[in-house]
Design a protein around this ligand. Structure first.
Ligand code: UD1
Length: 431
């Protein structure tokens, strides 16, 4: 077993380079299933969710070539197997994109129900509603999603109003509609940057998608997509995580390869807390020298404050002056990490979707568990700011979404190491 060992107290200084967006990559890579020919995808983050989705495509018969550290070429022209392996699909949320992509290309999909972080109920009813509006028959049984177009028919354009703003349903319906006959309209669509990125990828290969980034998306089905090159946008949440780390630990850091507009919601809160933030064309400079002030944060779909930054901002607020109120507006159960913060001396009370964080003078290092991806990132931030040693287990969650996080933080001056712990005696060794 491996853990992260952090000696807290070092402020952060220097430059950090942000990788490609996880939530765009895990949709764009399956979207290659719609394309006749090779897709060259650049700025791909080296994270385990990407490794898994590439592995699934290989199992389906795609030709996947790793060109260099951040570029892959995926050719799905000769897919032979359409059954998605359970063992791989159950590990990631994004495996649900295979339903939309396979349905669009073959009129048939059989995909295990997705895994991913446990954030409360994660239904897929809105995805299904979209597929059904296009004429597909969909059934969920024995842990599988079965979707097919009745024999003799084609997937055809539909009109779908999402009852809840869903990132996954918006992208999945977009995938299914790309090769369908006629026009599909998604109303009350999600507007996250990765939705625009998926639309841009598909359009660059010949799709006809308009309105991505607004709440009405119109997709006119096309006969085929042809291969090409595409570069994934920078990761909004990875950037936000480093911004939160600087706020918590102090110091001065240039966060490079970002789209500052995507970070406005995070920047606004950090400025309100007293962090100096300077926007450049594709970078953000952060400086925190003084004490942090309290703020209230409510998570919402984009352009609201992202739910995937809620645990990290909570980590910062643990040592802000005064009492802050967090309201989770997307997930039912996103405060499972709070018990771990309490072990470090944080004062947090949770009541349903609201958490009240009473700032303390300092956190104290402790052994803690990363219960999901973003909670794990929040544990790191708390550990960097804490006095003493923090030992984090469950780090496979963190590696699902953060490329070389230990190296990037160590380059900024953090004292963080990966240690291997023999399972038998739980004795930590530097590895
Ligand atoms: C994606 C992100 C996740 C992020 C979330 C919200 C990926 C791989 N994951 O997850 O990190 O936290 O967006 O920004 O991109 N819902 C339904 N029915 C559905 C679909 C969703 O009720 O069919 C509900 C969910 O329970 C949740 C809300 O809608 O309360 C938003 O979920 P959604 O935007 O779909 O999240 P994901 O796409 O799963």
């Amino acid at each position: 077993m491996t853990k992260y060992l952090i000696h807290g107290g070092n402020s952060l200084h220097g430059t950090v380079q942000i990788s490609g967006a996880k939530n765009a990559a895990v949709a764009i890579i399956p979207a290659a299933l719609l394309v006749d020919g090779a897709c060259r995808i650049e700025n791909v983050p080296q994270i385990s969710d990407v490794t898994l989705i590439l592995q699934i495509l290989r199992e389906l018969g795609a030709d996947v070539r790793v060109i260099n550290r951040t570029t892959v070429e995926v050719d799905c022209s000769h897919i032979r197997n359409r059954q998605v392996p359970y063992e791989l699909a159950r590990k990631i949320r994004a495996s649900y994109y295979l339903v939309g992509a396979l349905l669009s290309r073959f009129g048939w999909a059989e995909v295990p129900l997705p895994g991913g972080c446990d954030l409360g109920g994660r239904p897929v009813d809105q995805h299904i509603k979209g597929f059904v509006s296009m004429g597909a028959e969909v059934e969920v049984r024995n842990g599988l999603i079965y979707a097919r177009v009745p024999s003799g028919a084609r997937l055809s354009g539909g009109q779908v109003y999402l009852d809840i703003v869903s990132v996954g349903a918006t992208m999945n319906i977009m995938l299914a509609a790309t090769l369908a006959e006629g026009q599909t309209v998604i109303e009350n669509a999600a507007k996250e940057p990765h939705i625009v990125d998926l639309a841009n990828f598909l359009n660059s290969m010949g799709a006809d998608i308009r309105g991505a980034g607004t709440d009405v998306i119109k997709i006119r089905g096309v006969g085929r997509l042809k291969g090409g090159s595409y570069s994934i946008i920078p990761d909004q949440i990875e950037a936000g995580t480093y911004m939160a780390a600087v706020a918590a630990a102090g110091g001065e850091v240039l966060v490079k390869n970002v789209i500052p507009k995507h970070l406005d919601c995070i920047t606004a809160k950090l400025v309100e807390m007293g962090v100096d933030v300077e926007e450049r064309d594709d970078a953000i400079l952060l400086r925190r020298t003084g004490a942090l002030g309290r703020v209230n944060v409510k998570t919402m779909p984009y352009p609201g404050f992202p739910t995937d930054m809620q645990p990290q901002i909570a980590a910062v607020l643990c040592t802000a002056q005064g009492t802050s109120v967090l309201t989770e507006g997307v997930w039912d159960n996103r405060y499972r990490y709070v018990d771990e913060f309490r072990r470090m001396g944080a004062h947090i009370q949770v009541d349903g979707k609201v958490a009240v964080v009473e700032g303390v003078d300092h956190l104290t290092g402790a052994p803690v568990h990363a219960c999901d991806l973003r909670a794990g990132a929040a544990m790191i931030i708390a550990g960097l700011a804490a006095q003493g040693v923090t030992e984090i287990d469950g780090i496979y969650h963190i590696e699902r979404g953060y490329e070389t996080i230990v190296e990037k933080l160590a380059d900024l001056g953090a004292d963080i190491q990966v240690v291997s712990v023999p399972d038998e005696d739980n004795q930590a060794q530097v590895g």
